[in-house]
Design a protein around this ligand. Structure first.
Ligand code: ZN
Length: 125
């Protein structure tokens, strides 16, 4: 895998930030989609676990979002979720279930403000 780079429009950062803040203390999750690494849309997905520690995206909403992204000729650029009670690092469960082809955006609070970090998960072989 080469250099992984995406550029996220300010309005999409704001959309994700509003989403994770609104769902606090439940973990928020969703997809960031676009073309050639540039963001074009945010697709929040319901966390069926309603948990502050884990997330599982609603399968039907996920299917609908993926269909819409495909229909628009976009790609999934990143998967985002929040750590309402934790930091930016991926949890053991995050690492176990992470889709390897995506960038993972983690939203957490830093000095009381929601902030984001991106991760790429490489397979260990
Ligand atoms: Zn996580």
């Amino acid at each position: 895998m080469g250099v992984v780079k995406i550029s996220i429009a300010r309005k999409h950062l704001e959309e994700m930030r509003v989403d994770v803040a609104a769902r606090y203390p439940v973990e928020a999750c969703g997809l960031l989609a676009g073309v050639r690494g540039k963001s074009l849309g945010v697709f929040p997905l319901r966390n069926v676990l309603e948990s502050p520690h884990r997330y599982l995206a609603d399968a039907e909403e996920m299917a609908r979002a993926l269909w819409e992204i495909h229909r628009r000729g976009w790609q999934v650029l990143a998967v985002y979720h929040s750590h309402p009670l934790g930091g930016f690092r991926l949890s053991a469960a995050d690492l176990r279930f992470a889709e390897r082809q995506f960038i993972h955006l983690i939203w957490a609070k830093k000095a009381g403000k929601w902030s984001v970090r991106g991760w790429v998960v490489y397979p260990v072989s």
